[in-house]
Design a protein around this ligand. Structure first.
Ligand code: NAD
Length: 530
């Protein structure tokens, strides 16, 4: 029996790998229309900036376009425009009218989806297959989804009074899914009647500027969405701005904690979508071939630049050898290289700085005694690249098992019992996502109940849907994005303790109900409990 299995494995290995060479399948970038430089988008138009910085293609290190660097005065202007737009019209526009704009933006993104996909891959390094088939379709789907909610807020969140918008929201996003993170922030904020100052990450500013063009073309009233660009200092100016009502931050736990400290004691509302160290748990009764594909999708998708990546593989001891052998074989066939080639599985690392962080943690993994596997890979000379990698002989105390690497690097540990799997999976400061692989539905349900994660996938990984809430526990943050839950952080929802005839003394009843939730929790915290 054992011999037969070995023969079958050998046969499978002979079919793939070095026998076949792929012909190049480059995606043309001819149809991408780009200005040489983009200033900040404020009050419905692109403005001049004093300074500009280049956005480079991480696959070639070539500059693509120049972006206006915002300063405090720019942020002031953006907030002022947002405040004016909010008070002059957006706040009072009926939900059915807001929905039309949001729907129009979604439709225009769909019309230009190929251009967006190519630009996202050029600016961020992700394979065109992913930006084309995942990022951009999900972006449009988010706008469509929230367009549907805009006129149904009181049905979505029923209570003694109508849910009220907050005002001006400062939204700060990371570089791993640039346009998708912008959609996750903008669509619910606009649906709920808020105006926005958005800051994309400094290494991936370009698709947000193309989105600004669409916002202009869609006729969104000037000032409803403003986009300012730059690094952490611009984010700080947004966080500290006195006329912003809510901060929505997606990024690292380190910066998230800093923002939480800055806002402590202020009246600003806050949601934090932070880092993760997801466990992908493979039980011995799992469909092993599918599970191996799920492991690959879990950690090597988007070069591992994924907050919910399955970066810790927990595999039951009885099937560990088989899983590791298949994983070794599978990642040896992954193609690393040009993000615009349709055959590419793993594109460029987003920046030199991120590449250095990955290299540093991988070196530490080896120094601490873990065993590294990396397939032979011809990496391009220019640009930032890292081959798919996994470590075995990893212990819980190793830094590679604890810290978010945010690259294509997996740590593998084994377990014997379901209880041990649960304990290991929860033994992390993060609580964002995990995956469970088993033939038994009952096991999927019982294990998922015991995991402290905002998102848990069963027999799949990295599946996203605009109707499904996403967010974390513990140091992965609080608040939910997506679905009806994603409306809550952008609204004041009157509770039984608040009534229009009994307004609070500290705010206007139309905009500031005294207590928005039961049990004294903020809506964000309440969302966290769902
Ligand atoms: P980062 O925290 O360095 O930067 C995120 C954004 O914050 C950028 O726009 C950056 O310019 C800005 N920023 C930096 N310092 C700031 C400051 N002091 N004040 C205000 N803004 C500041 O994170 P990153 O490296 O860009 O992104 C990777 C991180 O994002 C990872 O930890 C990843 O897990 C996390 N992430 C989380 C989710 C989620 O939904 N939970 C989604 C995507 C990414």
């Amino acid at each position: 029996m054992a011999e037969l299995e070995t023969d079958a494995d050998t046969a499978r290995e002979l079919l793939f790998g070095d026998r076949w060479e792929y012909a190049p399948a480059p995606q043309s970038a001819d149809h991408v229309r780009l200005e040489d430089r983009y200033g900040p988008f404020i009050d419905g138009r692109f403005q001049e900036a004093d300074d500009y910085f280049p956005s480079i293609n991480p696959a070639s290190e070539e500059p693509i376009a120049e972006i206006g660097l915002a300063d405090e005065a720019t942020v002031d202007r953006a907030v002022e425009a947002a405040r004016h737009a909010y008070e002059a019209h957006w706040r009072d526009l009926p939900g059915t009218e807001r929905a039309k704009y949001i729907y129009r933006i979604g439709r225009m993104i769909k019309e230009k989806s190929r251009e967006f996909a190519v630009l996202e891959s050029m600016d961020g390094g992700k394979p065109i297959r992913e930006s084309r088939d995942m990022d951009i379709p999900l972006v449009a789907a988010h706008f469509f989804h929230y367009a549907g909610w805009a006129d149904k807020l009181e049905y979505a969140l029923p209570g003694p009074g109508r849910p009220q918008s907050l005002g001006v929201c400062g939204q700060i996003i990371p570089w791993n899914f640039p346009l998708l993170m912008a959609a996750w922030k903008l669509a619910p904020a606009l649906a709920t009647g808020n105006c926005v100052v958005l800051k994309p990450a400094e290494t991936t500013p370009l698709t947000a500027m193309k989105l600004a063009e669409i916002i202009q073309e869609a006729g969104l009233p000037p000032g409803v969405v403003n986009i300012v660009q730059g690094a952490g200092a611009v984010g700080e100016a947004i966080v500290e701005h006195p006329d912003i009502d809510k901060i929505a931050f997606t990024g690292s736990t380190e910066v998230g904690k800093q923002i939480q400290r800055q806002l402590a004691g202020s009246e600003k509302r806050l949601t934090l979508e932070l880092g993760g160290k997801g466990a992908n748990i493979i039980f011995e009764d799992a469909p092993i071939d599918q599970a191996v594909k799920g492991i690959v999708d879990g950690i090597y998708f988007n070069q591992g630049h994924v907050c919910c990546a399955g970066s810790r593989l927990l595999v039951q001891e009885s099937v560990a050898d088989e899983v590791i052998q298949k994983l070794r074989h599978r990642i040896s066939t992954l193609r690393v290289g040009d993000p615009l080639d349709k055959n590419t599985d793993i594109g460029a690392i987003n920046s030199r700085q991120q590449l250095e962080k990955i290299r540093r943690l991988v070196d530490i993994g080896e120094q601490e005694g873990a065993e590294k596997f990396q397939p032979e890979c011809d990496l391009p000379d220019d640009g930032f690249w890292f081959p798919p990698t996994f470590f075995t002989s990893v212990t819980q105390s190793h830094r590679i098992a604890q810290e978010e690497i945010f690259g294509p690097v997996l740590s593998v540990t084994t377990f014997r019992t379901p209880e041990e799997a649960i304990e290991r999976a929860n033994n992390t400061e993060y609580g964002l996502a995990s995956g469970i692989w088993s033939d038994k539905g009952s096991k999927l349900f019982s294990i998922s109940q015991a995991l402290k994660n905002g998102v848990i996938w069963g027999n799949t990984y990295n599946k996203f849907d605009p109707a499904s809430p996403f967010g974390g526990y513990k140091e992965s943050g609080f608040g939910r994005e997506g679905g009806v839950h994603g409306l809550l952080p952008y609204l004041e929802v009157p509770s039984e303790s608040w009534h229009p005839q009994n307004p609070p003394t500290n705010g206007s009843p139309s905009t500031k109900p005294a207590s928005s939730t039961s049990a004294g929790t903020s809506p964000e915290q309440r969302a966290d409990d769902t």
